[in-house]
Design a protein around this ligand. Structure first.
Ligand code: AHR
Length: 497
């Protein structure tokens, strides 16, 4: 089979926003406790932060981390996690029915974020709490001094404000599973009022309103329209969440998950722009894909059916090469929408459906999905270019015939580096002919690929490097043309300078 890809620097979509390469740390399972934070671990620093995990986070190239939830935030009191650790209460978290010691809280997270070199993105509780607590949290984080909350932070030993730019107005408030879930109108009203108060504290912050928790929510699109009608003047982003379960659909549909994400994004952009026209506003609302990933969700046990536990091992999915290809393709879809999707948070960072796994007291290691994320975050710079792809089709149960090969490119003008990100979603090898004649003087560089004879294999604690990307030099361009073979179910980054 043969596919053809043509690029031209004139086909620009938009700049690569570095916030696309975000991740997510929730107080859930072992993401915080024995994930990023494990006092007594041989690699822990004096604050209990695992330096082996920090090293992997930096290698992953994460730019932004959302915290502290997720469903967790909807019954969380941020005040529980600040001040002397010995005075902090032990609580029952209703989202996961887990015990929360509060040994790790806001200031510990900010210390960790600085070491990880990531921008913090905070979520406020709009499930069991409201306007006053959200505004006070902004005051605690962002004001220098002279108010009760800012002075409390100083009393807690943090003289400089945390200066958090990006704030989520609650989490998945459309989901019946969410503590305090609401109708679109109830949520829209509350989010507008909370956002208004938060921006009175710090007018420079940016706010994310909750969109739908998934594309197939029964309230989808109507939710977005109503929420934006209520919040349009107060918010900067609308969120969407999208998880893909390899076991709840046919294998080809799973491999083509990015087709679903493409459509989900397009529908939300249309809805947001419809509200813009209806309200006669000038500004456009961009999208924050602030939870996305592969998640074997059909294996998940609902919190109601679990005993109350302290730090349970929840949804520690083991990822395969196929899952990594899908993650790489979801990143391609995000880049393709770089004109409107400008925030992305892979969920989650450590242990919970995560690129990084840890053993309590033991090692930290990379799952298969680590690799396409790390290389995309490192190589996708400058401007996203639309790739014109003609590809053989593959048949899926959900989406009918879809292209087997999907791709996008980025051009970093200062360095002249062009990178093509491509996947082969089919189970047949495909030869990809590249037409780069619109870039005179371009030279072929390296090709980084993730593939395996058996794409169902993954990494484990015992074999943490079984799956690794392969790097090789590409053959020279011939008159601006080149050809590469994409093995079945594979992900690639092809660099040219
Ligand atoms: O990431 C796991 C959970 O998935 C989050 O807490 C929630 O927001 C989503 O449903």
């Amino acid at each position: 089979d043969q596919a053809r890809l043509t690029l031209d620097p004139a086909f620009a979509i938009g700049p690569v926003d570095r916030r696309l390469f975000g991740s997510f740390v929730e107080h859930m399972g072992r993401c915080v406790y024995t994930g990023i934070f494990e006092p007594g671990h041989p690699a822990a620093d004096p604050d209990g932060l695992r330096t082996d995990v920090l090293e992997l986070v930096r290698e992953l190239g994460v730019t932004l981390v959302r915290y502290p939830g997720g469903n967790f935030v909807s019954n969380y009191r941020w005040e529980d996690g600040v001040g002397p650790v010995g005075d902090r209460p032990r609580r029952l978290d209703l989202a996961w029915r887990s015990l929360e010691s509060n040994a790790f809280g806001l200031n510990e997270f900010m210390r960790w974020a600085a070491l990880a070199r990531v921008e913090p993105m905070m979520a406020v509780n709009l499930g069991t709490r409201g306007i006053a607590e959200a505004a006070e949290l902004v005051e605690y984080c962002n004001l220098a001094d002279g108010t009760a909350a800012a002075d409390l932070r100083r009393k807690h030993g943090v003289a400089q404000p945390h200066d958090v730019r990006l704030w989520c107005l609650g989490n998945e408030m459309d989901g019946p599973w969410q503590i305090g879930s609401m109708t679109a109108l109830e949520y829209g009203r509350l989010a507008a009022r909370a956002g208004h108060a938060m921006k009175r504290v710090d007018p420079t912050i940016q706010l994310v309103a909750c969109g739908s928790s998934k594309a197939d929510m029964p309230t989808f699109a109507g939710w977005e329209a109503t929420v934006l009608e209520q919040t349009y003047d107060h918010v900067d982003y609308l969120s969407l969440h999208s998880y893909y379960d390899p076991e709840s659909q046919d294998a080809a549909s799973f491999r083509a998950a990015a087709v679903n994400l493409d459509g989900f994004i397009d529908d939300i952009v249309a809805t947001a722009d419809h509200v813009r026209a209806k309200l006669r506003r000038g500004k456009r609302i961009n999208l924050a894909l602030d939870e996305w990933n592969v998640w074997y969700q059909s294996r998940f046990t609902e919190p109601e059916d679990r005993p109350i536990e302290d730090t349970p091992a929840l949804i520690e999915d083991d990822y395969t090469v196929t899952d990594a290809m899908v993650v790489g393709n979801l990143l391609i879809s995000m880049l393709r929408h770089a004109d409107r999707v400008t925030v992305g948070n892979q969920a989650q960072l450590v242990n919970i459906i995560a690129p990084i796994r840890t053993t309590p007291g033991g090692a930290a290691w990379r799952q298969t999905i680590f690799h396409p994320f790390a290389h995309t975050a490192r190589l996708a710079r400058g401007t996203v270019l639309r790739a014109a792809v003609r590809s053989p089709a593959m048949t899926t149960g959900r989406y009918g015939e879809v292209p087997a090969v999907d791709a996008v490119a980025t051009l970093d003008e200062p360095s002249g580096r062009l990178v093509v990100f491509a996947v082969n979603r089919s189970t047949e090898a495909v030869r990809l002919d590249l037409d780069l004649r619109a870039f005179p003087g371009l030279r072929a560089g390296q090709r980084i690929s993730l593939a395996a004879d058996d794409p169902s294999i993954g990494n484990t604690a015992a074999a943490p490097d079984r799956v690794r990307p392969r790097t090789e030099e590409m053959p020279a361009l011939d008159g601006g043309r080149a050809a590469v073979v994409l093995p079945p179910v594979s992900w690639h980054a092809l660099s040219f300078t």
